[in-house]
Design a protein around this ligand. Structure first.
Ligand SMILES: Nc1ncnc2c1ncn2[C@@H]1O[C@H](COP(=O)(O)OP(=O)(O)OP(=O)(O)O)[C@@H](O)[C@H]1O
Length: 262
């Protein structure tokens, strides 16, 4: 039951390894994500999920292995390189400035400068263009943000997530990585975020979702990639597993090939 996945591969992670001193955080990890596919990245604490996300989002280049975007090898050695390759990451802290409004946060560090050369030279921003594009991005998500000029600190947790997701997709992301987007949310707001994930997936955006909530994974993902002690121990279609099976894969209790010893 791959809901929206199209056959085109957007991300391929090929034999990625990463060490921190004596710790082998990732060992030979490989998997792919197709256009519009929602893939859960699962694993116990310390399994290597954040390290893998950092490798794909340009924060920690891997020691070995390759990342391919749309079948082309890319060198994601900075967050900007990852963004330019079409990979946007929504971290748990959302990387927003609470005192800034929705438009200012959407364009944080990527402001649109005035088209007038003199005003541009003086550092003037094209606030109308930013507001217009911001509204378009929020409309794309059927978002119910009260005002573009509301400060982020006055929005609910779910609305903040919606702004962060709008920011990610507004830059033409092919792949959005989300780190526990519903961790701090209540039931209703979590459901809204899950609906947003399904919506962007239906628009062709692939999603890699770190989550410890198996119910959300079952409801939202097409596939799950499980890390166990830094190795990819399972890559399964969600329709082939249930919550208990996923938990046993995460804890290493499932009957899977054991990772090599360090
Ligand atoms: N910057 C770092 N320096 C040293 N060791 C690190 C660093 N980052 C991660 N590690 C180690 O790499 C391993 C994988 O950590 P990682 O944070 O990727 O796991 P995780 O699956 O994201 O865990 P959690 O669910 O608890 O966030 C752990 O043993 C961790 O201690």
């Amino acid at each position: 039951m791959v809901r929206n996945a199209l056959s085109q591969t957007i991300l391929e992670v090929r034999n990625i390894s990463k060490r921190f001193g004596g710790v082998r955080a990732l060992r030979d990890v490989s998997f792919t994500i197709s256009k519009g596919e929602v893939v859960g990245l699962l694993g116990d604490n310390g399994a290597g999920k954040s390290t893998l996300v950092r490798c794909i989002s340009g924060i920690h280049p891997p020691d070995e292995g390759q990342v391919l975007i749309a079948n082309k090898e890319v060198n994601l050695d900075t967050p900007m390189a990852a963004r330019n390759a079409g990979v946007e990451t929504v971290f748990q802290d959302l990387a927003m400035v609470p005192e800034f409004n929705v438009v200012e946060n959407l364009y944080l560090n990527r402001e649109i400068r005035s088209a007038n050369p003199l005003l541009r030279w003086m550092g003037w921003l094209d606030t109308r263009a930013m507001a217009r594009r911001c509204q378009k991005s929020l409309n794309r998500l059927n978002s119910r943000i009260p005002s573009l000029y509301e400060k982020i600190e006055n929005l609910s947790g779910g609305q903040r997530q919606a702004v962060a997701i709008a920011r990610a997709v507004s830059w033409g992301a092919e792949l959005v990585i989300m780190d526990e987007p519903t961790a701090a949310l209540g039931v209703e707001q979590s459901a809204q975020v899950n609906d947003l994930i399904k919506l962007i997936s239906s628009q062709g955006v692939a999603v890699l979702l770190i989550s410890h909530n198996m119910q959300h994974v079952i409801e939202t993902c097409d596939r799950a990639v499980v890390l166990y002690q830094g190795q990819c121990s399972a890559d399964v279609a969600i329709e082939d597993v249930d919550k208990n099976r996923l938990v046993s894969m995460i804890t290493g209790a499932a009957d899977l090939p054991l990772p090599e010893s360090a």
